[in-house]
Design a protein around this ligand. Structure first.
Ligand code: SF4
Ligand code: ZN
Length: 300
């Protein structure tokens, strides 16, 4: 098949089911970057003088994000990028992806900062899991990783934290909150978070398989190892369901995203809800004790 772009006769490397278009390598890269730029403009993600901490896990999404940001903004001397990685302590998995993260940061010439659960909290995720709590490992993992990212990004002087979430991740999160009936959290997905370093997600309009292909085309080193705990999460069930929907009804992900964006204008954001401080660590939180300190308390 040939590229669908006018006047381009190059062989296509991808067919987009949802748009009905074929793209050659150059036009595919252009299309992915166009989607990211549009998202960044729409949400004013990158501003003059920003110092952006990219959360780098070593997986394809965050590596592709760092590569793309460096590429798109290569002549913006006012911007600064660096990478933050978190070692949750997951045997047989994280050490491999962290080596990759370091390699990616080095190749892209950005400073690399590594922090660990073990050092910051005194225990690893594997040790939390060994306690046999009823919640899935991802629940603990997500809360504690966010905590480290927030604190360290602030300490390192970042004005934004960039996260590699793609379209699939975003739509899964939306659907998870719908299913749980968590309207408050649905609203919070959009609003800027007061007092925290704002988060940006430039890839939130790019489907997962396209981020993977983008990384491949760019020659970014990625390794195909998967977290042993991923399949235990609710997200995993939702992901499988969404993939099936998308396969049978191409465009489902985009229509869910568009529907959510229209709806979210009517949802309450943080406004009106008073932010408290955690009595233990002093960080802003929704209640008197933040989720991270609650977990730390349970581990004692
Ligand atoms: Fe953590 Fe879950 Fe991601 Fe594994 S899949 S790294 S447990 S959030
Ligand atoms: Zn083309």
């Amino acid at each position: 098949m040939r590229c669908s772009k006018r006047k381009c006769n190059n062989p296509a490397i991808i067919y987009q089911n949802y748009s009905g278009l074929h793209f050659c390598e150059a036009h595919f890269v252009e299309d992915v970057e166009r989607k990211a730029k549009k998202e960044m403009r729409k949400q004013l993600m990158v501003e003059r003088g920003d110092k952006i901490a990219v959360a780098l896990s070593g997986g394809k999404d965050s590596a592709a994000l760092l590569y793309m940001l460096k590429r798109i903004f290569h002549n913006r001397n006012d911007l600064e990028f660096f990478a933050i990685a978190v070692d949750e302590g997951i045997k047989g998995f994280r050490a491999i992806t962290l080596r990759n993260a370091e390699k990616v940061a080095e190749e892209l010439n950005v400073a690399f900062f590594l922090f660990s659960f073990e050092h910051e909290f005194g225990f690893t995720l594997d040790e939390i899991v060994a306690k046999g709590f009823e919640q899935a490992p991802c629940t603990f993992c997500g809360v504690l990783r966010r905590k480290i990212l927030d604190i360290k990004a602030k300490e390192l002087g970042a004005t934004k934290v960039a996260i590699g979430h793609n379209l699939d991740d975003e739509v899964q999160t939306i659907l998870i909150n719908y299913i749980r009936g968590d309207v408050e959290r649905l609203g919070r997905l959009r609003g800027r978070r007061e007092e925290f370093v704002p988060r940006i997600k430039p890839l939130r309009g790019v489907p997962e398989e396209e981020v993977a292909l983008y990384a491949l085309v760019a020659g970014i080193p990625v390794n195909n190892v998967y977290c042993p705990y991923a399949s235990l999460s609710f997200r995993f069930t939702v992901k499988k369901m969404l993939n099936e929907f998308e396969r049978r009804h191409p465009g489902t992900r985009y229509s869910l995203m568009r529907g959510y964006e229209k709806l979210s204008e009517f949802l309450p954001t943080q406004g009106g809800r008073k932010l408290l401080r955690c009595e233990i660590c002093g960080e802003v939180s929704a209640s008197g004790m933040c989720k991270a300190c609650e977990i730390i308390g349970r581990m004692k």
